[in-house]
Design a protein around this ligand. Structure first.
Ligand code: BJ8
Length: 384
């Protein structure tokens, strides 16, 4: 068993992070392998089939941003700065102990950050096409997914067989179905769970090693919620206004935006970011003859504002508004995220056409605008 070094500043860390470091260290010392990733386009089944755990490294905290700004420009998305900052300051156990990181060519800021990140930790970048529309897009993406598979086979000295990929696709599909059941709880009137609770469960689940452990954590939450319901629990006020939260990934603003909505007379019934229902309802065709192609095809279908054009996202949101009987749409745009910010006009147009009240919030991970955000959210919810 190899003994691994902890970061130099380990003793300064708060207890929860210290525990995290020790847990990952033990996992890696016992021959566990860990890969970090940043995006919904990352084909997770490849890692499962390779027997490697994969964790999301998207920075969701303001803490390392000041340090990140020593290297990166200030006027950059907080998700990018936070992600880089955690690697730069060696403050994230998962980044510190992962074998390598998988990035992707999505937005300009992330794609260029990965070049710098590679100096701290090996970063393999998947080249994502800019559009799903061209006839050759699927082929480009298939070749990219295949290259990643070959890269891992060489790195770990293994063969990632079709059989293992098929098994991985099946397990991921089953987990996605459990996630869909969790989302369905939000469809009830009133919702059977606060969305901030669903969000935290899903975010925390990501930090389990392996898909089985992750799936088990979601199932436990689902079973507990169902049992509470059967026992008459009503966690959400029946008069709460039903909100669809769309825009950039929202884990980093769960408190500032998510909890503020739910503490001011609203309840998020549909979390419409790329980690939510619109992505999780896409399953891999487990029975396809070419399983690797079925995996790559599934991921390329994901709707994100980095694609041009991206009508699928707005069309899906319109469907979700009906399905979840929403009273209002709130779009959260992270500072300097140009793709979601520009696309917000299309989202607003759709809401206007449908007669659904819409509000856009631009924010970052700091607390400096918390008061202003609360005032705006409370006024919007009041008006619904
Ligand atoms: S599939 S949403 S995880 S790219 S980092 S684009 S917020 S400026 S995260 Fe994303 Fe994949 Fe799309 Fe989802 Fe904007 Fe920030 Fe870029 Fe961002």
């Amino acid at each position: 068993m190899e003994t691994l070094e902890l970061p130099k500043s380990f003793d300064e860390f708060v207890d929860a992070r210290k525990a995290g470091f020790l847990k990952v260290k033990e996992y890696v010392e016992n021959d566990g392998h860990l890969v970090g990733m940043f995006c919904s386009y990352t084909p997770l089944e490849l890692f499962d089939a390779a027997g490697v755990s994969v964790v999301g490294l998207c920075g969701t905290s303001n803490e390392p941003i000041a340090d990140a700004e020593k290297v990166l420009p200030k006027n950059l998305c907080p998700l990018i700065k936070s992600s880089y900052g955690f690697a730069y300051t060696e403050k994230c156990p998962y980044t510190y102990f992962c074998d390598f990181i998988v990035g992707e060519t999505t937005c300009d800021g992330k794609k260029k950050m990965f070049e710098l990140l590679n100096d701290i930790k090996e970063t393999y970048v998947l080249h994502l096409p800019q559009s799903q529309k061209r006839d050759y897009a699927k082929e480009i993406w298939y070749q990219e997914v295949k290259l990643l598979k070959e890269y891992m086979e060489e790195k770990y000295g293994i063969e990632i067989t079709d059989e293992k990929l098929r098994e991985a696709a099946h397990k991921r599909n089953e987990m996605r179905k459990t996630q869909m059941e969790l989302y369905a709880l939000q469809g009830a009137v009133p919702p059977a769970m606060k969305a901030t609770e669903v969000m935290s469960t899903l975010a925390q689940g990501m930090f389990n090693f392996g898909v089985d452990a992750q799936h088990a954590s979601y199932k436990a939450k689902l079973d507990a919620a169902k049992e509470a319901l059967a026992n008459g629990a009503k966690p959400v006020d029946e008069n709460a206004k039903r909100i669809l939260l769309t825009g950039c990934p929202s884990t980093g603003v769960i408190q500032k935006v998510g909890m503020t909505i739910e503490n001011n007379g609203g309840v998020i019934v549909c979390l419409d970011d790329c980690g939510g229902e619109r992505t999780q309802k896409m399953l891999v065709d487990e029975n396809a003859d070419d399983i690797l192609r079925a995996i790559s095809d599934r991921y390329l279908e994901i709707h994100c504002s980095v694609m041009t054009t991206n009508e699928g996202r707005v069309a899906n949101t319109k469907e979700m508004c009906q399905k979840y009987k929403v009273d209002g749409v709130i779009e959260m745009v992270l500072q300097a995220c140009h793709t979601f910010n520009v696309e917000a006009t299309l989202m607003q147009n759709m809401c206007d056409d449908e007669g659904i009240p819409y509000m856009k919030l631009e924010t970052d991970y700091s607390t400096t605008d918390s008061g202003q955000i609360e005032t705006r959210l409370a006024a919007f919810i009041e008006m619904l």
